[in-house]
Design a protein around this ligand. Structure first.
Ligand SMILES: [Zn+2]
Length: 187
């Protein structure tokens, strides 16, 4: 192929000579973020769950639902990609029915909503910022759990564990923070 020829991918999304679109790939990217404080289990903090997996040796989390920051961030990324109301609007933490809720239901609801609009997940990349414990021993379990909820192979889901290098509140172990990016595709 000469350098002047378009790649097949670009050609597929290009305009025809008459100006009409032959095929426009419909991709949507979404960004999700969540943070939860750690706290004392004797004062109502809950065992830390990330992506539906209980994290061994992690501090307890203060939250209205189960406080699964990874599920919440990925849910918001999906909803954001499709310009839908966010997780706080759909599942308000002022509603008693979501007290202690299993956040997998939020993520599965977002995936179902996306499917009803014709969209599916292409891939997810997430970063979990947690001072301790190291996420690595449970990373594959978290990844597999997330992939199952998203209805994709684990190879389409990435979960990276980072510390906050002892800096600020996260660095003192006072919370867990998650950033997530999702790519959605129609069809
Ligand atoms: Zn949350």
């Amino acid at each position: 192929m000469s350098t002047n020829e378009p790649t097949p991918a670009l050609a597929a999304g290009s305009q025809t000579a008459g100006g009409g679109s032959r095929f426009t790939p419909d991709f949507r990217v979404g960004l999700g973020y969540d943070i939860h404080r750690t706290g004392n289990p004797l004062q109502g903090a809950r065992a830390m769950v990330l992506g539906g997996v209980a994290i061994q040796g992690a501090p307890a989390i203060i939250a209205h639902s189960d406080g699964d920051a990874l599920c919440h961030a990925v849910t918001d990324a999906i909803l954001g990609a499709l310009a839908l109301p966010d997780i706080g609007q759909l599942f308000p933490d002022t509603d008693p029915k979501y007290r202690g809720a299993d956040s997998r239901t939020f993520l599965e609801a977002a995936v179902a909503k996306a499917a009803s609009m014709g969209y599916r997940v292409v891939n997810v990349d997430a970063t979990v910022i947690l001072e301790r414990p190291k996420l690595s021993p449970q990373k594959e379990a978290v990844r597999a759990s997330l992939a199952g909820m998203l209805g994709v192979e684990a190879s389409r889901v990435n979960v990276k564990g980072k510390t906050h290098e002892t800096l600020d509140a996260l660095g003192r172990g006072e919370g867990v923070e998650v950033h997530a990016v999702v790519l959605m595709m129609r069809g």
